[in-house]
Design a protein around this ligand. Structure first.
Ligand SMILES: Nc1nc2c(ncn2[C@@H]2O[C@H](COP(=O)(O)OP(=O)(O)OP(=O)(O)O)[C@@H](O)[C@H]2O)c(=O)[nH]1
Length: 315
């Protein structure tokens, strides 16, 4: 059996997995392929010889109209990605008249046949790509949120600490409020690791981090892992005196857990040394200065025998 080429071409165009619409110079539809039928709810015989803009009045004033005019008047090809216009044609998933609109990428290409000018409109369903893009954006968002959390202990990490300290210091400056910072270090932790092994060392860090977070009662308080076995607490609206009380409560609570320490450690149970520094409009108003003051106090606490709290005023 011999098939004519135009017959085969027409059948193939009808089977294409994208919308194919051809308009003549008057914007009238001369070709409407099979893909368009179930997605628009219109058979080819119903739309043939009608203006595209009468069939879809929503296209008036759209990027598609501009592209069609550009193709027919100026012989210009235009690609309209879905990022520019999500669903220019009112098309829905095949057979679902109330389903979600199809995300589309549209190309408008001019061509001539004899003296007559036409334009070819191709419509691709890119809903899958758009969905994937949305999922990737959601994923990136959750990664961003997770990048502020310390992977081992589940409390805030150093990155978040830096952002939060800067923010809270500015707030204290603006509002003339108070703010205190605790730097907290586990005593003789090297001895702990050497005796019990790194894995149990990690477990100890998790226990201490959770104990610290549990001791901070105000919603605005922030517990963070500052470095290896060093933690920090940012206490907004907290004076130096109040911060000493909080620091001592943390220290006593961890000591009271009775976590067995290594024989070589300074104390038989796991203990903390804590340095406290408080916002001071004249001297301690920059993050680096406040951290340095708390670090000096922490060093003094270590030097004085560990398992104690020292404020920067005493150091
Ligand atoms: N298991 C574990 N150990 C860590 C981690 N980060 C830091 N360390 C260990 O913590 C120890 C800290 O030791 P040092 O800074 O010498 O201080 P220290 O032994 O705690 O002694 P003092 O602070 O003076 O009481 C080092 O042995 C580090 O290897 C971690 O993520 N997991």
């Amino acid at each position: 059996m011999i098939h004519s080429e135009p017959d085969l071409t027409a059948r193939a165009v009808n089977l294409l997995n994208c919308g194919v619409v051809v308009l003549d110079a008057n914007h009238e539809i001369v070709l409407w392929n099979g893909w368009m039928v179930p997605r628009s709810g219109r058979a080819a015989s119903r739309v043939r010889n009608q203006s595209l803009f009468d069939v879809f009045p929503v296209l008036r004033g759209s990027r598609v109209e501009a592209a069609v005019l550009g193709a027919l008047a100026d012989n210009v090809t235009t690609a309209i990605p879905q990022t520019e216009e999500h669903s220019p044609f009112p098309l829905r998933q095949a057979g679902s008249f109330d389903g979600p609109p199809i995300d589309q990428a549209v190309t408008v290409t001019p061509f001539s046949e004899g003296d007559e000018r036409f334009c070819l409109i191709e419509i691709r369903d890119v809903s899958g790509t758009v969905d994937r893009e949305r999922r990737l954006l959601d994923h990136a968002e959750s990664l961003r949120a997770r990048s502020y959390v310390d992977g081992l202990t589940g409390i805030s990490n150093r990155r978040y600490f830096d952002v939060a300290l800067d923010r809270e210091l500015r707030r204290a400056q603006r509002a003339g409020g108070e703010l205190s910072l605790l730097l907290i270090d586990i005593d003789s932790f090297k001895a702990y690791n050497d005796h019990f092994g790194h894995q149990q060392g990690d477990a100890c860090l998790v226990t201490v981090a959770q104990a610290l977070a549990g001791q901070l009662k105000r919603p605005a308080d922030i517990a963070a892992r500052y470095g290896g076995e060093e933690f920090a607490a940012i206490l907004p609206d907290t004076s130096a005196e109040q911060a000493l009380t909080v620091a001592n409560a943390i220290r006593e609570h961890v000591a009271s857990l009775g976590l067995e320490h290594a024989p070589a450690a300074a104390h038989p149970v796991v203990t903390l040394s804590i340095g406290v520094a408080s916002f001071d409009r004249e001297r301690l108003h920059e993050p680096a200065a406040l951290v340095e003051a708390a670090d000096k106090a922490l060093y003094a606490a270590k030097h004085a025998g560990r398992n104690r709290v020292v404020s920067s005023a005493q150091a």
